[in-house]
Design a protein around this ligand. Structure first.
Ligand SMILES: NC(=O)c1ccc[n+]([C@@H]2O[C@H](COP(=O)([O-])OP(=O)(O)OC[C@H]3O[C@@H](n4cnc5c(N)ncnc54)[C@H](O)[C@@H]3O)[C@@H](O)[C@H]2O)c1
Length: 265
């Protein structure tokens, strides 16, 4: 028996990194079907070849209300219900500092980063609300160590991820008692996380930063860098009605102890 036997889930950005690890783990825990909203065609092909008709893939942009509506409706049509919606797709700002941006870059970068990292979570929540209320399900959002601390990005990323704490709390308040709303906050994780196109950082991949693994691991109290799979169990716990029924408006930190790093590190 898995913790999510018979559940139907939906994951945005579920074709790579943390989102893909969540999809894989949800299936291991017994999910009957998963809807995935993703942008990259190749990621969709890989998911389909692995899971066949157990995944419902929608290719689209998370910033579009229509794409969020399409993936929710398609998931319901294909699998008949929705128990958990995971908002996860995101971009990093490659720690671009405020004074290194022109006012124009700041304007366009802010719009892109906040639209993807914050607005899209609200669009997903709006599109999935009715279906989740019907199953007394839950929403889970991918936050970050940058939801709580400075220095894990520039002002655009850190502000956007702090805003996601507000998304979790306010939606938990609005959707109680029927739908639980929680977050998982990973710390540095080697993935292909990219930057905003408006700042010319969309071809960069976090994993390509020289010595990134040693740098992050060295700064972590637990002295290793997490892989996407290290975070996935927290999503399972928060999705499980049997195992986290009393938990809403919570954020599980999965950041190798970032809060207790030595002063000056
Ligand atoms: N990697 C880290 O160090 C780290 C740390 C903390 C939090 N996070 C968060 O984890 C989440 C997942 O990132 P990841 O590290 O797995 O990187 P990733 O790049 O593998 O995953 C992000 C996914 O979002 C998709 N995406 C981006 N913009 C999109 C858009 N407009 N429409 C549709 N899809 C879009 C990408 O194609 C990608 O598949 C993000 O919210 C990120 O902020 C990552």
């Amino acid at each position: 028996m898995g913790w999510l036997d018979g559940y139907v889930a939906l994951v945005t950005g579920g074709g790579s990194g943390i989102g893909r690890a969540v999809v894989d783990r949800f299936f291991q825990e017994g999910c009957a079907g998963i809807g995935v909203l993703l942008r990259d065609e190749e990621q969709g092909r890989l998911l389909r070849s692995r899971y066949s008709d157990r995944v419902h893939i929608v290719q689209g942009d998370v910033r579009s209300g229509e794409a969020n509506r399409r993936v929710v409706d398609g998931t319901l049509q294909r699998f008949g219900r929705l128990d958990t919606a995971v908002g996860n797709a995101g971009v990093w700002d490659y720690a671009g500092r405020l004074e290194n941006m022109t006012l124009e870059q700041l304007d366009s970068g802010f719009t892109e980063v906040f639209d993807i990292n914050v607005k899209a979570y609200l669009l997903l929540a709006r599109a999935a609300a009715e279906a989740l209320r019907a199953t007394e399900g839950s929403m889970i959002f991918t936050l970050s160590n940058s939801s709580f601390y400075a220095g894990g990005g520039g002002p655009l990323y850190v502000a956007s991820k702090h805003a996601c704490v507000g998304v979790v709390r306010q939606l938990a308040y609005e959707f109680a008692p029927h739908v639980r709303v929680n977050g998982v906050a990973p710390g540095g994780t080697v993935t292909s996380l990219r930057g905003p196109k408006s700042l010319g950082k969309h071809e960069r991949r976090l994993a390509d930063i020289p010595h990134i693994e040693e740098k992050i691991a060295g700064a972590m109290p637990l002295k290793f860098i997490a892989s996407p799979e290290d975070h996935a169990g927290h999503y399972v716990l928060l999705a499980s009605k049997r195992n986290s029924r009393a938990t809403t408006a919570a954020v599980i930190q999965s950041d190798c102890g970032w809060e207790i790093r030595p002063a000056g590190a």
